[in-house]
Design a protein around this ligand. Structure first.
Ligand code: 8YV
Length: 321
């Protein structure tokens, strides 16, 4: 008998699909992850697990789960999984590329415009009853029109972001591990070295996954190179940014503002210095959070698990690095 462990509460319509082919053990909370010790116990006789980024898949998990055939990660990013270890043990890991691309790009765009036009500060000002009169520079922000926008990480989400920029009359630059010459004309995006992107961009958008190459890429040296009125947006992974260096850059006006959907530690510790800065807008990792996209991500995980149970290829396997 197959057994699936699901580490978050997901809608019954999806659970029912798995229940028709397997025994299902689902954690009953949607906002709190399954405790690690409970996860380790539940997977002992599991043949599949449906996880989120909250679960780290390492040696301890693999040792605890000798019958595991598939790990379905409800995310496109998979820095929470030791892929080489998983594959070496004959286990398939899958992620959710494609279905979340446009939704995540939309969140990035929302954050960019929100920060550029100081919407969060302005809204708080109204709510606090501080609005006395119209002012020539009251919450004067930054134009996207005619701006240089630098995208770091030109994967599917970076490209979707660039497509959106086309309607906003911007100059698009990008930097990526590999150059995408074939897409440059269609996207209207110029490939530049990382330092050029930092030096010339009015908006720097990070969509990069977390890898050994991208870790701490936005460090003190990087922020020093950026324009003093630059806006930094991160919809990739938190650890691509050295947050102490970011705080320093914001406090010392090395850059103007930031918008972050991802942080090194999630949820953020309420004593984090970023929370005290009016020019830092932080949202709780909601890049892919539209109802339709979350449904599609869950369905893709369910399909991948069902296929592996049927001895078919999963739709979206993660390959070893
Ligand atoms: C998810 C994400 O919401 O897919 C990713 O990599 O960052 C988001 O889409 C999140 O990771 C949920 O596990």
């Amino acid at each position: 008998m197959e057994k699936v462990v699901i580490t978050r509460k997901i809608p019954q319509q999806f659970v029912a699909q798995l229940e028709s082919v397997a025994q299902v053990e689902m954690w009953d909370e949607s906002l709190v992850p399954m405790p690690r010790d409970q996860f380790l116990e539940a997977i002992q006789d599991a043949t599949a697990c449906f996880i989120t980024l909250s679960e780290t898949i390492d040696e301890e998990v693999i040792t605890a789960a000798p019958h595991l055939k598939i790990i379905a990660n409800m995310a496109v990013g998979y820095d929470n999984i030791d892929i080489n270890l998983v594959n070496q043990n004959g286990i398939i890991a899958t992620n959710t590329p494609g279905v979340l691309t446009e939704t995540t790009a939309e969140l990035g765009f929302t954050l960019m415009l929100t920060v550029a036009r100081r919407i969060v500060e302005a809204e708080k000002y109204v709510q606090n009853g501080e609005w006395q009169s119209w002012g020539p520079y009251l919450f004067a922000g930054k134009d996207l029109n005619n701006a240089n926008v630098g995208i770091y990480g030109m994967g599917e989400i970076g490209k979707a972001f660039a497509r959106r920029l086309k309607g906003f009359n911007t100059n698009i630059m990008y930097h990526n591990r590999t150059r995408h010459k074939d897409d440059e004309e269609a996207l209207g995006a110029l490939y530049v070295p990382f330092d050029t992107l930092l030096q010339q961009s009015d908006f720097v958008i990070c969509t990069a996954p977390l890898t050994d190459d991208t870790k701490d890429k936005f460090n003190a040296q990087a922020f020093e190179k950026m324009k003093k009125d630059a806006i930094f947006i991160n919809i990739g992974r938190g650890a691509v940014v050295d947050e102490q260096a970011l705080v320093h850059a914001l406090q010392n006006e090395q850059i103007a503002a930031c918008g972050l959907d991802v942080l090194r530690e999630e949820p953020i510790d309420m004593s984090h210095p970023l929370l005290a800065l009016p020019n830092a807008v932080i949202v709780p990792h909601i890049g892919s959070a539209s109802v339709m996209t979350r449904n599609r991500m869950i369905q893709l995980c369910v399909d991948n698990i069902s296929r592996v149970f049927n001895q078919e290829q999963p739709k979206t396997p993660i390959m070893s690095n």
